[in-house]
Design a protein around this ligand. Sequence first.
Ligand code: HEC
Ligand code: HEC
Length: 371
Amino acid sequence: MMKTYVWTLPTRIFHALLVIFVISAFISSEWDKYLTLHVAFGSAIGVLVIYRVIWGFIGPKYSKFSDFNLSIYPLKEYIFSMFNPKKEYVGHNPAAGYTMVAILIVLLLLIITGFLTYGIQENRGVFAFLHSSYFREMELFEEIHEFLGGLLYLLIGAHIAGVLFDKLLHSKRGTLESIVKGYKNIEGEDTKLSFLQILLSIIGIGLSIYVLIYILSVKDNPVTLGYNEVIDYKKENTLFVDECASCHTLYPPSLLPKKSWNIMMADLENHFGDDASLESEDAQNILRYLLNNSAEDSTSEASVNILKTLENKDTIAITQTPFWKSRHKDIDKKYFESEKVKTKANCKSCHMDVEKGLIEDGNIKMPELGS
Ligand code: HEC
Ligand code: HEC
């Protein structure tokens, strides 16, 4: 049977890495604490996609966009004669060509919106400079990013369906196997690589693996570097630390709005079942500090979301805010009841940097559950 070498080694390695990286990026997006991993995979995908776009212009015959049959007529003809094709395509058929281009475009947009969300929401990475101007819109960017993620699911679904369909209809052609072996059982011209193409592939594929390892192993690299500043509460207001961290975690003033602090500080005698009363002068001093640093004056993700979801309610417990509840609803109750944590309000048992005014995704460490 005749055979044609369609997918060269770089094309197949690109495909395999893309599959692995995209699955890894999807999985790591599920948990805040793996955000750095998610960003690292996203960056590696970004490099792969750029390489693939260049490959689409100067790569081998069947990998070129000009071989993708990107016009309306071939697509129509292909769709209407799907069960009885008039023409055999060695590389991509028109439907596949369109799907590939759509996948590349959606991936590119995912990377861009991902970095925008990361910069605006987390104040990290190359777009961190946009954080202070656009923090109110942080949700919007995340929603666009997630929408594109959904779109990618659909396109990948279409791609897999197309390949399986081909397997069913023309199993002898070996389209499915070709992405591993490189060959299709079809008549055509074998592909060959030029020196320049080999060089480009080594650089492109090598760079994407390098970027992944670099982001995960080099601390304070420009891709994930954070710009949220550590707050030294002791230096800013010693009284606040002495009085408000004696029974529990020092809650950053930015985690509740002015209204909540006013209500809480007006009744310290009945403070969650404890008497936390203070000299009136000290209470005034602390209240002033809380009001000057409340959620309304913070650009952090937690503050913005607490304010937005709390609306104008009288809640004075951070753990009663809808945002707090929604972010912790998937955590096993066992953690909160464990010996090390005891109460939901014990933030510092999981958020290592909360008493420095930060709640960074990368600094969430779940305590070990004793048996
Ligand atoms: C005498 C001990 C005591 C002192 C002093 C004290 N608190 Fe509390 N505070 C508590 C207890 C007990 C709770 C309830 C914790 C829980 O739900 O497990 C609490 C809860 C809170 C919460 C809500 C936590 C949540 O569930 O989201 C905030 C906010 C808070 N305190 C702020 C303050 C501030 C501000 C000060 C200083 C003015 C202060 N506390 C001083 C005992 C104290
Ligand atoms: C038992 C451990 C634990 C305790 C206690 C805890 N948290 Fe969390 N918190 C987590 C985990 C885990 C996540 C991430 C959830 C996820 O991956 O979606 C989280 C997420 C958050 C987030 C969202 C972060 C983001 O970037 O979206 C905020 C804000 C937060 N916690 C604040 C608090 C505060 C304030 C307290 C104390 C009143 C607290 N947490 C107590 C484990 C804990």
